[in-house]
Design a protein around this ligand. Structure first.
Ligand SMILES: [Fe+2]
Length: 269
């Protein structure tokens, strides 16, 4: 897999109906000065958030997804501060937990607007579904039978073009971090093979951007807003690239276009 742009070829009568912004792996601390792997994670997140705001669209529904590892220290204060940082954010924010998160604190504290509790929303004619792949006390991910049953039920009810988000990566990326990927990826992929409306799956966890088409579904990972991991070597190595996020533009026909935006990318809007 490599960091690449999917060239969309929407049908002639298709329209651009919605935009999704994926922010991932914030690794925030309650202490504003604390760093992780040399990065002040609160400062980096602030910069990415400012950049992401510039991609907000007033003419089409836009939603942001926080795809896990929001707090490194799992402290309630950290989630409270995150809610404060997002208070003036211009669009709904859906969140899912990562292996570093405290789900109980998230559920009780990440509730005020623009944060939304629903893990299934419709934007444009697209169905967006967030999945919880966190396993207590484990770094690897797992989708519980109840989560898979819930997903099956939602896909049976809606045949709209569908985008799924979960923290753990599903497809291997030829890196040591594959040891802590989604453990029951086979069961997940088997379920998806029954529902052709599933167009793409977004993940965080790997702190690097990857892209792969697999059996007709796009699997994408995202840069972290915290530190970056070098995608060119198999062992853990920090990557000096700047923090960033993934942008996904959704068309009514079920096609989409995605790209990675880095904070040092000065491309005009
Ligand atoms: Fe992470």
């Amino acid at each position: 897999m490599k960091d690449s742009l999917r060239a969309a070829m929407p049908h002639p009568h298709s329209s651009h109906v919605a935009r999704l912004i994926q922010l991932s792996d914030l690794h925030l601390f309650s202490d504003a000065e604390r760093c992780l792997n040399g990065e002040n994670t609160r400062q980096r997140f602030t910069e990415v958030l400012q950049r992401a705001k510039r991609y907000h669209r007033d003419d089409i529904p836009t939603v942001t997804v926080l795809s896990g590892d929001l707090a490194e220290d799992e402290q309630a204060k950290t989630y409270q501060h995150l809610a404060t940082m997002l208070a003036d954010y211009p669009q709904p924010v859906l969140w899912i937990p990562g292996n570093h998160d405290n789900l109980q604190s998230m559920t009780s504290l990440l509730t005020s607007s623009p944060l939304i509790e629903d893990k299934q929303i419709l934007i444009g004619n697209w169905n967006i579904i967030g999945l919880n792949s966190k396993q207590p006390k484990e770094k690897w991910g797992y989708l519980a039978d109840t989560s898979l049953a819930m997903l099956r039920s939602q896909l049976q009810q809606h045949d709209n073009p569908t985008l799924l988000v979960l923290h753990h990566h599903v497809r291997p990326i030829d890196h040591d971090i594959d040891a802590i990927a989604l453990k029951n990826a086979d069961a997940f992929l088997s379920l998806l093979s029954e529902f052709p409306q599933v167009k793409c799956v977004l993940s965080g966890h790997v702190h690097q951007a990857r892209a792969e088409q697999y059996h007709g579904i796009g699997f994408y990972t995202c840069p972290a807003t915290a530190y970056q991991i070098d995608p060119t070597v198999k062992k853990f190595k920090l990557d000096p690239q700047s923090a960033g996020f993934r942008l996904v533009d959704l068309w009514s026909c079920g096609n989409y276009r995605t790209e990675v935006i880095r904070c040092d990318n000065q491309k005009p809007l």
